[in-house]
Design a protein around this ligand. Structure first.
Ligand code: F3S
Length: 639
């Protein structure tokens, strides 16, 4: 029996575990990336483990999330990260150089390698034939130190692409169609592998739009083969030597398969407030639009913005629309400047933003109240734009540009002109904003915003925990630990940022949690969906959260809970969720034995003596982490 592409890379990086059976495998990690919102924690954790130099082939620290400097906090963080990268042996991509995933694709990603990033859209590099996964900063810190990355043994879902996209239909529409079909839960526990004759029609940046939004499917990763298109991209980036051909064996078998005929696709849009709420653009054709935002790690490549420029050339943005554009990298921006495309954008009335995440992470450009905002981004959770009552629609750069011109949701096929652009033979290469690893004696700059890391307590054998919150399905990491321009600057200061925990759901949460000292949350399905933001585990831990009891968890968040000493439990009978209310006390006893023993165990509540069966599904390794009070404590003990 042949191997899938995924199995080949897993097998060549396997440190422990069994790919045929078993729950958990451990992989050697070749490259890591961090961004500033999670990177300060990752480097503080690396330092707290008494590690001295990164052990990977390459680790890169990017500044892209929070570049506004309205106070000392971000500047402190950037100075800390620059000095830490130099000292510990990582590359440092300076603010303004671009969004981590775009720059990583351009300058570092290599087919056949593994990449672990403290950002949930790290699988973007799967467009290069890399096995790229998102994780919490602590897992990335361990990988930087040469430790393996543990993940549940994944299933492999093959998406077979036939045919070729029609004009005005783009890679974004492919992934929106997959989201429409599989939903935001469709990729959980899976790696999505693309194959079929349609693959060769897609360039590396187009493939990366698709692998980027595999994160919205809940997939552990998404990957394309490495072929002539991959070589073409690497040659144009001056990195032909990094190319290796890679594909699945012809007789490889897969756990699941989905088939898509590219020629049948039409321009699509994801409606508020979920990326899988997808309909044809033509269904919404009379909806007025107040804002259009083009950019983010999903759709800000040179090819994307050249298409936008072509559509906007010689025209003007509708007077009722605010159009903002953030090129994905300095490479993209300077190439647009060199060839005149930037002038087309500016002449049309577009506002140019920095090459950063910007509005995608709620850093500026919040839409007007009750606005419709059409964005080329990957997420449209309620409130993420910074305007609670805004309606965010996700679409391709072509659709977004058409909306900017007409002032309502517009099928770009009605525009008439061509959407084809030439692919560059040569990208503009200037790595002067990427600082190479520095001297191991570099002093670390630590301003007042860099506070020591709180450590979790070891798990008690007996816990009596008040239920501080009872929540429904799909609680996001944004719900748990909101981002935005007020909160993000506090990311290196856990006592300060924890004041905002669950702020959107219960503004009194932090005060209540401190009063209770220890607590538990009960919730529905897919708790912690959304991002790798480990503050969504770290801040609740700091406030005394000891257990989350849910119907199911998002993969990265569950791993983060364990890493920060919070016990994730699920119901044996899902309907038992109805037996819990806020304010009840949960009694857990014999926990040490229970979490080291496979299978369910019972807990009780103060007003229901009937035991309720729950399960932990922890591996032996994870049980040890919890007993030690989190990964930092247990890794510290191991080094
Ligand atoms: Fe940044 Fe948004 Fe991507 S926050 S890394 S552009 S998902």
């Amino acid at each position: 029996m042949g191997q899938s592409l995924t199995q080949k890379i897993l097998a060549s990086h396997l440190v422990s575990g069994d790919l045929e059976q078993g729950n958990e495998i451990a992989l050697r990690i070749d490259q890591t990336l961090t961004q500033d919102a999670t990177g300060t924690m990752a480097y503080l954790q690396f330092e707290a483990m008494n590690l001295s130099r990164v052990q990977t082939e390459c680790s890169v620290s990017y500044i892209d999330h929070n570049t506004l400097q309205t106070g000392f906090e971000n500047a402190d963080d950037h100075a800390f990260l620059q000095s830490a990268a130099a000292r510990f042996g990582a590359y440092f991509s300076r603010p303004g150089n671009g969004i981590c995933h775009q720059v990583h694709l351009e300058r570092f990603a290599k087919p056949g390698k593994t990449l672990l990033g403290s950002d949930s859209h790290t699988p973007t590099a799967g467009g290069m034939g890399m096995l790229a996964m998102g994780a919490g900063g602590l897992d990335v810190a361990v990988a930087m130190g040469g430790g393996p990355f543990y993940l549940p043994n994944p299933k492999v879902l093959r998406v077979w692409l036939n045919g070729q996209l029609s004009e005005w239909v783009s890679a974004k529409d492919i992934i929106l169609e997959i989201l429409r079909t599989l939903t935001v839960k469709g990729g959980v526990g899976k790696i999505i592998e693309y194959a079929g004759p349609g693959v060769k029609t897609l360039t590396v940046p187009e493939r990366s739009t698709i692998t980027n939004m595999g994160a919205e499917l809940g997939a552990s990763s998404s990957i394309f083969p490495s072929d002539e298109q991959t070589l073409r991209f690497l040659e144009a980036q001056g990195r032909a030597e990094d190319w290796v051909p890679l594909s699945a064996d012809k007789d490889a078998s897969y756990d699941e398969e989905l088939r898509i005929d590219l020629s049948q696709l039409v321009p699509l849009v994801a409606q508020p407030h979920s990326p899988d709420n997808v309909v044809p653009v033509s269904d919404l054709a009379t909806t007025p639009v107040q804002q259009v935002a083009i950019g983010s790690c999903t759709n800000s490549s040179y090819q994307d913005l050249m298409r936008v420029s072509q559509i906007l050339k010689g025209k003007h943005v509708h007077p009722s629309v605010s159009l903002v554009i953030s090129p994905g990298s300095r490479q993209v921006l300077t190439m647009l400047a060199d060839n005149g495309a930037l002038t087309n954008l500016l002449d049309s009335g577009a506002r140019l933003l920095e090459s950063t995440c910007g509005p995608c992470i709620g850093m500026g450009q919040s839409p007007v109240s009750k606005a419709v905002s059409v964005r080329t981004f990957n997420r449209n959770f309620k409130g993420r734009s910074g305007t609670q009552d805004a309606s965010v629609f996700l679409a391709s750069p072509e659709v977004a540009s058409a909306c900017a011109l007409t002032g309502y949701i517009t099928d770009p096929r009605t525009l008439g002109t061509s959407s084809n652009v030439d692919y560059p033979q040569q990208f503009r290469i200037d790595d002067s904003m990427i600082l190479p690893p520095g001297d191991p004696d570099t002093p670390i700059q630590r301003g007042p915003n860099i506070q020591p890391l709180p450590l979790a307590p070891a798990l008690d054998n007996t816990l009596d925990l008040p239920i501080i919150l009872k929540l429904g399905d799909n609680v996001t990491t944004d719900d748990i630990m909101p981002a935005g321009s007020k909160i993000l600057p506090l990311r290196s200061n856990i006592p300060a940022i924890s004041e905002y925990t669950f702020h959107k759901i219960d503004p009194q949460f932090a005060a209540k949690a401190k009063d209770l000292k220890q607590s538990v949350i009960v919730a529905g399905h897919n708790y912690g969906q959304g991002s790798s933001r480990e503050h969504a585990a770290l801040a609740p831990m700091y406030l005394g959260l000891r257990v989350v009891l849910a119907q199911s968890f998002a993969r990265i968040h569950r791993a983060n809970l364990i890493n920060f000493g919070i016990l994730p439990l699920t119901f044996v009978n899902e309907e038992d969720l109805t037996r819990f209310e806020s304010g009840m006390i949960l009694h857990l006893s014999g926990l040490h034995q229970a979490i080291q023993t496979p299978g369910p165990f019972a807990l009780t509540t103060d007003n229901d003596a009937n035991p309720i069966l729950v399960r932990h599904d922890l591996t032996e390794r994870q049980a040890k982490i919890l007993l030690a009070g989190g990964l930092l404590n247990s890794t510290k003990a191991a080094y």
